[in-house]
Ligand binder design. Structure first.
Ligand SMILES: C[S@@+](CC[C@H](N)C(=O)[O-])C[C@H]1O[C@@H](n2cnc3c(N)ncnc32)[C@H](O)[C@@H]1O
Length: 202
């Protein structure tokens, strides 16, 4: 059954609405508008609560798009599929796949993407894996494409940005979240605390 409000889920709506406002600010600062229909890659997506924000920002008013989410955790991917595939509009192709997002270079039949998104990137969990993940995420972009990350922590955001710049990405927007919700499980942690957007010209 189609939900009353697409892409809504109990407990997440306020955070994703704030993320939507931040992403709109970031895209404006980056002077980037999606091509139609956009191909969107959401890496390390977990349950992909950001799906509605991506769809509504990059394919407004129910326009067509292709969105692929990838995460290591099969249970989270199953949950993403159950939550978000039923909310898609006509011409919107949403797919979720379990797998290693640092190896998109080895995934066959992937198109090039207009927009790669990584919400709450986790660089300091394993810098080697995340460096590889960023390298191949940049390699998966179309020439005019953008890669965006959000981060929970100031320092992790700086480290991820430095890594992306070292891989040849050019920052085109870097915004602290003006109304990020604090999380109490670690000092200095908050939801989508920073957003950065990069372009990459190989
Ligand atoms: C901090 S969570 C963010 C999840 C989601 N993007 C969000 O904001 O709610 C980090 C995610 O990265 C995933 N992850 C870590 N390494 C990965 C890899 N190599 N390939 C795919 N997913 C990975 C984890 O399974 C986890 O879901």
């Amino acid at each position: 059954m189609r939900p009353a409000r697409p892409f809504s889920f109990p407990g997440i709506d306020q955070d994703v609405a704030r993320l939507g406002r931040l992403l709109n600010l970031g895209l404006k600062a980056a002077a980037w508008a999606p091509t139609a229909p956009p191909a969107v890659l959401n890496l390390a997506c977990g349950r992909a609560d950001e799906t509605g924000v991506l769809v509504e920002t990059l394919a407004p008013r129910g326009a067509p798009l292709f969105l692929l989410g990838i995460d290591l955790r099969a249970a989270e991917i199953e949950e993403a599929r159950a939550r978000w595939v039923p909310a898609r509009g006509p011409g919107q192709d949403l797919a979720f796949r379990s797998g290693d997002a640092s190896r998109v270079d080895r995934m066959r039949q992937l198109p090039r993407f207009d927009f790669v998104f990584i919400r709450h990137q986790n660089f300091w969990h394993d810098p080697e894996v995340w460096t590889r993940l960023y390298r191949h995420a940049l390699g998966a972009l179309k020439p005019d494409g953008c890669l965006a990350i959000t981060s929970y922590f100031d320092r992790e955001h700086e480290l991820a940005g430095a890594c992306l710049r070292q891989l040849g990405a050019t920052p085109v927007a870097d915004l602290p979240h003006p109304a990020s919700r604090r999380l109490n499980d670690a000092p200095g942690k908050s939801v989508d605390r920073h957003l950065a957007i990069f372009r990459h010209s190989p």
